[in-house]
Design a protein around this ligand. Structure first.
Ligand SMILES: [Zn+2]
Length: 1040
């Protein structure tokens, strides 16, 4: 008996239930086109709402550690796993690997990547047999999975605790031109499993073309045969006379400053590069730099409230301060273990997962951008020079990933910041762990693509009923000039029901022309040249279409949905260029390829088994791979009150590096909250930064190996992530193992390199480098554990496990992750066996976060949430940056009826109160107060029955409690300090989140109160353990 009995309390979907309204009768069919819009079908769709209540018999069984020796497979891998490759021949893949040697290759417009798919691999050396219901951290190499499960999407939350406002948008301003020459790009390769390509014998290793791009490009190949490239070639140096324009968004105060002090925290004085060695490490092995608090051992049964009053900060790696101050910001790049275990054996002993969590394209306030024709990289492993390399002398630097000694190119000797020759270690590339390079032409396989935006709209009867077209078209009209792009921007539209409708927007037409293709079996593109048009040249026609579109189909009776054929058409249209496809769908596709059947069985929702988390067809994945091959990403907006099989549909976004947005029960009249949410999120979606035709590679120090990737992308060529689009709201995670002992190593580094085309048509490379110490004892491993990163990685692994095994297996594995690691700590680190549940300070919130995960929508049992909502929650786990994932899992609770300016922060003359964070327990509530819960994508303000009159009148603007409206989703802006504080706090929380969090004001007797209480993860509910019960259970298992 091992049913983990931590089902969460039930709760209705956040969204209000909508009913379909009557079809609007206004507007007339659009009849301008050469083909009349045939509104033929007569059947009105009958929408079937979700069953919202289920009989709940959820046994209160305690989760017990299951050891099932039968299962020798680690079935956790639904993610994309590094494995041997086979070529996937995508359609239209015209990959020409240039003849290697000496001729620079002209980038070919048609050069595309070779798609390669991970194939089953069962012989990963690090994989060991494991019990079911365990991730077996450290040895967890997921098994062969071809069609992996990965999900998309995002929820965002403004990272707190920084008084620095984060600025939206691209902050890359101008950058200095370090015009120089020479090229150190040589062979490219990646250290995988410690294999270093042989470069000494002049042999050329053949890689796939995308390797070459990110690796430095074909133009570099001539030098492959040159063992000693002349680094002193000097062709037309011309250093700018202007101060180097490293990005700085606080220009007014800094423009007068000497360039050297612009942005570099260390300044020129601080970090003198010396060979990595003893002088870097005196503190790192000793634990001395840890705050004494960090060394505490805590008995969780005695100290129950370990939640800090302010947002939990990531642990600081135990590095010498000179190194640490150059290290990558943990918001961008962090590791589950900030002290890396020396061996896989030590990692296995700790029973903690080793992995990285990345938010690589996050909007940054400040980003150094370097323009130089020479991007200095390791000749062996292609690592970009970074703050953690060592300079043996002025002319040689040693790679921190593969240890190869490289020459310093001549032009790198000059420091444009200080304008001093002979200090390569003070170059911006060596002073910034996060940096962006303007990529020279050898980083291109073809000229940078123009920004291309194609919108695909469901216009079936069901879609028209929701009224979504009004919102979307209006939003597009409002933001048309804000779409990231330039004079090359292209735009196009497709609508579909049982047929597919194209719109000619050719410049010079008096009106848009509609073209209907009714053959959905073999879709063709009528007049392809006029369907994706230059936005500037055809702007009036586009605006005309957007104004007309919502009325065009108001009388439609067509209920069928040929989504699959429409996607095929859209793909064909975009194939020549690549770009972003935004698909709006309101129902289950019923016609043509990709048609789906309902398979949700409401009565089985409560069961942890037998739920349909896997796609029912591979059509969407295959099409996504085709899209990926042609640099097309597909974002899916699902607005549906019915089951729409998101498990299948979501694949279109997952593998093409798109995102999924979900608006259950969207209706323009009955669900104004969803309308508001869609509008806000569209605004962000349409205007946020975007990178096209991107690839990302993560490298790590020799001895470490990355084996499993989580997020929305396709894994190309073992370790190269293909991202047709990259956006600032996407997060990624990878799992790692220690393949070779790191005993001779004191520091290891991780570097992510994201090569993309900006909306302005520049090829850029964003590089983040993280440096961490290596440790040899279990205690040190535990001391450096990053509990948020661990929980985030476990959540990703648990999504995979849910799909490949079962939900209950995933839940068992989550619980066992806590039991196993705390048992290891107890047996191997603690000398005297004390009673209680002893945890290292670093893991004091581990049981709480895992309990919160078990109650999270993705993993809860006994829920009445519909299947698509669960799938969507899983999408978010996979695709959102850690900070938002943690907020969705363990929301922040604040008392807000007594906000004060004490401890407030100031941002742009706004005073933002900073109330303490409360434990998620009703014990913390009181009827005379008002409490705000920030759950990432939703904000809930619960007002107690006896809440003070002051708050009611000064903040809510009502005379008394009874007058609080039943549905209130906005606070009035009152001319009172209380109102100003509350609104300032709420808008600050909302800033920068891609998922606009709707605010619900909840009265004590409101039906929404159940949702509020559902997030009280420390409390016992009808079907779930309380935190204390959970601790007792863990203790029981640990002390066995
Ligand atoms: Zn190297």
């Amino acid at each position: 008996m091992s049913q983990p009995g931590i089902p969460a309390s039930g709760g209705a979907p956040i969204g209000l239930q909508a009913q379909n309204g009557a079809a609007r009768a206004s507007g007339s069919p659009y009849t301008n086109g050469p083909v009349q819009n045939a509104l033929m079908s007569s059947q009105v769709s009958v929408s079937q709402g979700h069953n919202s209540q289920l009989p709940g018999s959820y046994p209160h069984l305690l989760p017990a550690k299951t050891l099932n020796p039968v299962s020798g497979q680690s079935n956790s891998g639904g993610s994309q796993t590094v494995s041997p490759l086979s070529n996937y021949q995508g359609p239209g893949q015209t990959v020409y690997r240039p003849s290697v040697a000496s001729n620079p290759v002209t980038p070919s417009l048609h050069s595309g990547p070779v798609l390669q798919m991970p194939l089953p691999t069962s012989q990963n050396p690090a994989a060991t047999s494991m019990p079911s219901g365990s991730f077996l951290p450290g040895a967890n190499i997921p098994p062969p999975l071809n069609w992996q499960y990965n999900y998309s999407s995002q929820t965002n939350h403004c990272p707190r605790a920084s008084s620095q406002p984060t600025m939206p948008g691209n902050t890359n301003l101008t950058s200095p031109q370090y015009v120089s020459s020479g090229d150190t790009s040589l062979q490219n390769n990646f250290i995988k499993s410690g294999i270093i390509p042989n470069t000494n014998n002049g042999s050329v290793v053949v890689h796939n073309s995308y390797d070459e791009i990110e690796g430095g490009g074909f133009l570099a190949t001539p030098q492959l045969t040159n063992k000693n490239p002349t680094m002193s070639r000097s062709v037309g140096y011309s250093y700018p006379s202007l101060p180097p324009g490293y990005q700085n968004t606080i220009p007014p105060s800094t423009t007068g400053m000497p360039p050297s002090s612009l942005n570099y925290p260390s300044g020129p004085q601080a970090f003198t590069q010396t060979p990595l060695g003893a002088n870097h490490l005196p503190a790192s092995m000793s634990g001395l730099s840890l705050h004494p608090e960090g060394l505490r051992v805590i008995n969780l049964l005695q100290e129950r409230n370990m939640l800090p009053l302010t947002p939990l900060q990531p642990p600081v790696p135990n590095l010498h301060e000179d190194i640490q101050k150059l290290n990558c910001n943990p918001e961008l790049f962090r590791c589950t273990l900030t002290s890396i275990p020396q061996t896989q054996a030590l990692l296995n002993k700790a029973k903690l997962p080793l992995g990285l969590l990345l938010h690589p394209f996050k909007d940054l306030v400040q980003l150094p951008v370097v323009t130089s024709s020479t991007i200095v990289r390791c000749r062996s492993c292609r690592t970009y020079i970074n703050p953690f390399v060592s300079f043996l002398d002025q002319r040689r630097w040693k790679c921190n990933l593969c240890y190869r000694v490289n020459d310093v190119p001549e032009e790198f000797m000059y420091n444009p910041l200080t304008r001093v020759y002979g200090e390569p270690h003070r170059r911006p590339e060596v002073q910034n762990a996060t940096i962006e390079f303007m990529a020279p032409s050898e980083y291109m396989l073809r000229p940078p693509q123009p920004p291309v935006y194609l919108f695909v709209f469901d216009v079936s009867h069901n879609a028209v009923e929701t009224g979504y077209l009004n919102s979307v078209c209006q939003s597009l009209l409002d933001n048309l000039d804000l779409l990231p792009g330039n004079t090359r921007t292209k735009i196009g539209f497709i609508t579909f029901d049982s047929t597919i409708h194209f719109y000619s927007l050719q410049e010079g037409l008096s009106q848009p022309q509609m073209l209907i293709v009714s053959d959905i079996e073999d879709v063709f593109i009528p007049m392809p040249e006029n369907l994706l048009v230059n936005l500037n040249e055809s702007k009036e026609l586009v605006q005309d279409l957007l104004k007309t579109l919502p009325q065009m189909f108001t009388k439609t009776l067509e209920t069928q949905s040929a989504l699959g054929p429409a996607l095929q058409a859209a793909f064909k249209l975009m194939s020549p260029t690549g770009g972003r496809m935004s698909v709006f769908q309101t129902q289950l596709p019923t016609l043509g390829v990709g048609a789906l059947k309902p398979r949700e069985e409401p009565n089985q929702r409560s069961s942890a088994k037998e739920i349909h988390l896997t796609p029912s067809t591979d059509f969407y994945k295959k099409l996504a791979l085709d899209c990926s091959g042609q640099q097309v990403a597909v974002d899916l907006f699902l607005l549906s009150g019915q089951y729409s099989d998101l498990a299948s549909l979501g694949c279109i976004s997952r593998y093409s590096a798109g995102s999924v947005y979900y608006y259950p029960s969207y209706h323009h009249q009955h669900n104004p909250v969803q309308v508001q949410k869609l509008q806000k999120e569209l605004q962000r979606y349409l205007t946020r930064k975007i990178g096209f035709e991107a690839v990302m590679r993560i490298r790590c120090t020799k001895g470490l190996s990355i084996h499993t990737f989580h997020g929305n992308f396709f894994v190309r060529s073992t370790d190269l992530l293909s991202l047709p689009n990259v956006n600032p709201d996407a997060g990624y995670a990878v799992q790692m193992s220690v393949e070779e002992s790191l005993t001779d190593t004191q520091l290891v580094s991780f570097q992510s390199a994201l090569l993309y085309t900006s909306s302005k048509g520049e090829r850029r490379i964003r590089v983040h480098t993280l440096c961490l110490p290596v440790v040899s004892t279990l205690n040190e491993v535990f001391l450096g554990a990053d509990v948020q990163a661990i929980s985030g990685l476990l959540a990703n692994m648990a999504v995979d496990r849910s799909v490949t095994a079962s939900l209950s297996d995933a839940r068992d594995a989550l619980v066992n992750a806590v039991i196993d690691s705390l048992s290891a700590y107890r047996s191997s680190v603690l000398s005297n066996q004390q009673h209680g549940l002893m945890v290292p300070f670093s893991l004091r919130l581990f049981p709480l976060f895992v309990l919160a995960l078990l109650k999270q929508k993705s993993f809860q049992t006994g829920t009445n949430a519909c299947l698509d909502e669960r799938i969507f929650a899983m999408c978010q786990v996979k695709n959102q940056p850690l900070v938002y994932l943690m907020l969705t899992t363990h929301p922040s609770l604040y008392r807000v009826d007594n906000l004060s300016d004490e401890g407030a922060i100031n941002i742009n003359d706004r005073t933002i109160p900073q109330p303490p964070i409360l434990q998620l327990s009703v014990e913390k509530l009181s009827r005379d107060g008002a409490f705000l819960m920030d759950a990432g994508s939703v904000l809930m303000l619960w007002v107690g029955r006896n809440c003070g009159q002051n708050f009611l009148s000064q903040v809510l603007g009502v005379e008394n409690y009874a007058l609080i409206p039943q549905t209130m989703t906005d606070l009035p802006e009152l001319d009172t300090p209380e109102s100003a504080r509350t609104i300032a706090f709420i808008s600050w929380l909302r800033e920068q989140r891609p998922f606009y969090p709707i605010l619900y004001v909840i009265r004590d007797e409101s039906p929404m109160k159940a949702n509020f209480l559902q997030n009280m993860v420390e409390d016992r509910t009808e079907s779930a353990l309380s935190y204390y019960e959970f601790l007792l259970h863990i203790q029981q298992q640990v002390n066995k």
